[in-house]
Design a protein around this ligand. Structure first.
Ligand code: SF4
Ligand code: SF4
Length: 476
């Protein structure tokens, strides 16, 4: 028997009868919150069901037609090593497991699990460090910068590049290119950068499949896209199509941590003009940034794209406030911490725009607390109270807009550093923070000249420089 075998749990959920499936499908629709935009009509026989539990609620994950558990298991950080918990998660109705090349050994760790349960779940993985996550691939960066130099001309290029063209935020070139394209109708030649990204995507996909021990993933993502121009690189889309035809990846998706607004808008535009067909996205969206990102999320939802929210609490802790007690009373004294309240908000207060929320589950206790979040009932006054609490709690949270990175004259990847700080201090994942920090290859506190430009553009008033110094100290 596999060391994953909790055969009792497994039998319980796999022994679902046809009648049971119908009943649960109905229950899932009933639990599905009303969306702000009209839902596409889908023949129930086209819906894809994997494992399910009456204790979980399920929604159709956009045009993938997959009935996703509203809680998705994220295998970043320590959760990627908790192999003993995964069968339990499955038994509790979680039917989507998300991993990435960049999540330590999680892909390899999944191999045994998938051997037994592959048919019962949806699994996605990601190509990391091509278009972002810890870094943009050096060669991609070089090829893109060269393309921009050729396109913008030396004078404009030097003006945009600032003190070092090889470093820093690529959004500055993108914005300049968009301006020129609007004025002239000419487009930059991004084929070389596109070819490099496409090759890396396909190579990483093959490596992920080998590590996972499966012949296909349900979606293969670009991890942490922070460059909107990726959707001008048709080579990347063609690479996915090739993988799709070979049966290796069913859907294309991406996650994003930086410049989310620009990246999401570019994705919606790419879907609009085709041939791109991005089926699934994972934005880092919290109750505060939800408002800011709402137009782009709505545009993608109208295109019937599946949306799984991550980093739902934002990445700076806020003090709790008096509303918390009122909310607890309304919930019959059930206590939710700030992470759980943020998840409740994203699952139940976003007008159906968010299909599911990703959670890194690190213990059985967490699993027991997290699963009921999907089906919790909130009265109108509890909804109001919850809204008041999380808005206050996340008001000063970093919403990963990337503006600080764009404006840093020292080309520090500020947004990434803030994220690594959060991995260390909020997610308690020193290994992940250290791994990503070391990949950056420099000490941000040493490079920082305290010019304050990041603080000027940060709408959330995140204490950026202090966080950089703290990170630098912690990583020394
Ligand atoms: S500008 Fe502020 S909110 Fe935006 S990424 Fe930087 S720290 Fe976060
Ligand atoms: S204060 Fe430091 S991190 Fe902020 S913009 Fe200036 S150099 Fe960059």
């Amino acid at each position: 028997m596999s060391h994953y075998g909790d055969s009792l749990d497994r039998r319980q959920f796999l022994k679902t009868t046809a009648a049971g499936i119908g009943a649960m499908a109905a229950a899932a629709h009933a639990a599905d919150p009303a969306p702000s935009s009209e839902k596409p009509k889908v023949d129930p026989k086209d819906l894809i069901w994997r494992s399910k539990s009456p204790d979980m609620s399920y929604v159709r994950l956009g045009r993938t037609n997959f009935m996703v558990s509203r809680i998705v298991s994220g295998l970043g950080g320590k959760a990627g090593n908790q192999t003993n918990i995964w069968p339990r998660e499955l038994a509790r109705g979680i039917n989507y497991f998300d991993t990435a090349r960049g999540y330590g050994n999680s892909e390899v760790n999944m191999k045994e699990f998938l051997k037994e349960y592959r048919k019962d779940l949806w699994v996605t993985s990601k190509a990391s460090n091509i278009a972002g996550y810890a870094k943009i691939d050096d060669e991609v960066r070089k090829l893109y910068v060269a393309a921009m130099k050729a396109y913008l001309g030396s004078q404009k290029f030097d003006e945009v590049a600032g003190k070092d063209s090889e470093k820093g935020d690529l959004l500055r070139y993108h914005n300049a290119a968009v301006e020129k394209e609007k004025a002239t109708g000419e487009k930059p030649d991004l084929r070389a950068a596109g070819k490099r990204m496409a090759e890396m995507y396909l190579r990483q996909l093959d490596e992920s499949l080998t590590r996972l021990g499966t012949d296909h993933v349900d979606a293969y993502f670009m991890h942490g896209v922070e460059i909107p121009w990726i959707f001008d690189c048709i080579e990347v889309w063609e690479a996915f199509e090739k993988a799709n035809k070979a049966g290796k990846a069913k859907h294309f998706g991406f996650s994003t941590h930086t410049h989310q607004k620009e990246v999401l808008a570019a994705a919606a535009a790419a879907n609009e003009r085709g041939p791109w067909k991005i089926d699934l996205i994972m934005p880092g969206v919290n109750p505060e940034s939800f408002v800011r990102l709402r137009p782009e999320l709505e545009a993608l939802k109208k295109q019937d794209v599946g949306i799984v929210a991550m980093k739902t609490k934002g990445i700076v802790n806020r003090p709790v406030n008096v509303d918390e007690k009122k909310f607890s009373d309304l919930m019959e004294a059930r206590k939710y911490n700030e992470w759980e309240r943020a998840k409740l908000y994203m699952l139940h207060l976003t007008d159906g725009l968010i299909d599911a929320a990703i959670i890194a589950i690190e213990s059985m206790e967490e699993l027991d607390k997290d699963v009921p979040l999907a089906t919790v009932h909130l009265s109108a006054s509890a909804r109001r109270q919850l809204e008041a609490i999380v808005k206050l709690e996340t008001a000063g949270a970093c919403h990963l807009c990337g503006d600080c990175t764009t404006h840093c004259p020292e080309h520090i990847a500020v947004t990434d550093m803030i994220r690594y700080h959060a991995y260390l201090h909020q997610y308690n994942d020193r290994d992940l923070a250290r791994e990503l920090y070391q990949q950056a290859g420099y000490d941000p506190a040493r490079l920082c000249n305290s010019c304050g430009k990041c603080a000027d553009v940060c709408g959330s008033k995140v204490p950026i420089v202090e966080l950089l110094h703290e990170l630098s100290h912690d990583m020394a």
